[in-house]
Design a protein around this ligand. Sequence first.
Ligand code: VG1
Ligand code: CO
Length: 544
Amino acid sequence: MNTQIVATKPFSGQRPGTSGLRKKVTVFQQTHYLENFIQALFDSLDSLQGKMLVVGGDGRFYNKTAIQTIIKMAAANGFSKIIVGQNGLLSTPAASALIRKTKAFGGIILSASHNPGGVDGDFGIKYNTPNGSPAPEKLTEAIYERTQSIERYKTTSFADVDLSRIGTVCIDNFTVEIIDSVKDYADLMEELFDFAQMRKLLTSGAFTMRFDAMHAITGIYATEILEKRLGAPAGTVMNGVPLEDFGGGHPDPNLTYAEELVAIMFGENAPQFGAASDGDGDRNMILGKHFFVTPSDSLAVIAANAHLIQGYKQGLAGVARSMPTSAAVDRVAASLGIACYETPTGWKFFGNLLDAGKVTLCGEESFGTGSDHVREKDGLWAVLFWLNIIAEREQSVEKIVHEHWAQFGRNFYTRHDYEAIDSAKANELMLHLRQQLETLVNQTLGGKTVKIADDFSYLDSIDHSMSRGQGIRIIFTDDSRMVFRLSGTGTEGATLRVYLECYEENPAKQLLDAQVALAEMIALADEVAGIKRFTGREKPTVIT
Ligand code: VG1
Ligand code: CO
């Protein structure tokens, strides 16, 4: 094989964020930009010679180009084999499952997840370790360091590999295996859930559901699993063909961006169950007829009903949630007598806990739920989990959630996002908050007394790494709280996320709208942080 050494110069800003390196496609299209990052990654890995790598992406624009570049660089850098999903497609959870199943050295996932795609959209790249988990901060920082001093990269000049045909292509001692993107993942789901029972529900004629793939990666997975294996009628999966620009949409499954599904689920003759997933298939939104399940509640309901599901009948070792996620799951854990861990935002923080067998389920308020079957959050898995619960309990989504609140109490929850605000102003706002931290404790704000005010830091109990600056928390003596952090996945200006929560034990008061129940907290958050003043915005871009 003809290896070429290409001279290059560092680009600034190649630091991975919450989930990989995300930039505009036009940034990635700069000469050597992608190559620099890939070489920095390879230079940061120990003993990759002769090893096997998994590669795939969510099918967004630039996916195919990037994969061909990666294949050649992997060969030149000494990998012996690369496994690629057909047409370069792999959802994030399917890639994680594949890394684990094939015992690969690691995997590269090409996606900017819920960010829009297309020529003017976003692109992203992420590395996962042999356990299938997103690279820990130690590795992402090492990659970043390397990008800042890089002077050359290695590649080869063989022809592009045809990724449309399943099979094996050999180039000297290097092998490219193109596999079915869906089969292994669908088989794994069939092990975890009772497909016979779910098929009965979906073919009974009395139950209908819609799944919105938002023209993103889960289209191919949902069509195989829901329509083929589970027998749901054709058309159950909407927007099921992955498109390079997601049909011009924003593939983020929330009440704002999944508007087509939301209109159906809140319209006349709505189906009983609705769900959606994001660009790379790791997020999920769960809807009932005229009913929205917050992701934090979804995690709690899944934990409370896990004993009904075949793959989880043996019980849960423990659960984990990201810090801004509501404490609904904590209450379930307490009643089950299992541990509940609180980690910073981002799935990479769950990997160690899952590997150590300390937790079985994990979740984030950002529409992410998952379990120890992979090391990523898993959108379709969560949808199937709900479908299996519904089939087992024979109750509506709304009823299941209402009964859950009646038993455990309700954690009213909302997240307000202020997208694409001026970065300098966002930093000023965060500084303004940090400066108040020391004096806030014991102060009374809006009739509530502050119990804890800090910038969240996390000590990993397995590898003892410390992660600081993970979000400003202001917690009151009644356990209501507000959390402020800046997004680490955006590519335009800054995005401020404000998370608000309060607890209600009394079933008679649990049916309020969350925005109403949290109205005082919302006003208080603005008062403390000066949101309107710093951002110049009258209202959030997205409310969930
Ligand atoms: C967001 C979410 C976080 C999630 C991350 C990646 O990060 O808040 O919970 O893990 O996206 O999800 P941030 O830094 O923008 O708040 V995905 O589906 O974009 O891989
Ligand atoms: Co995603």
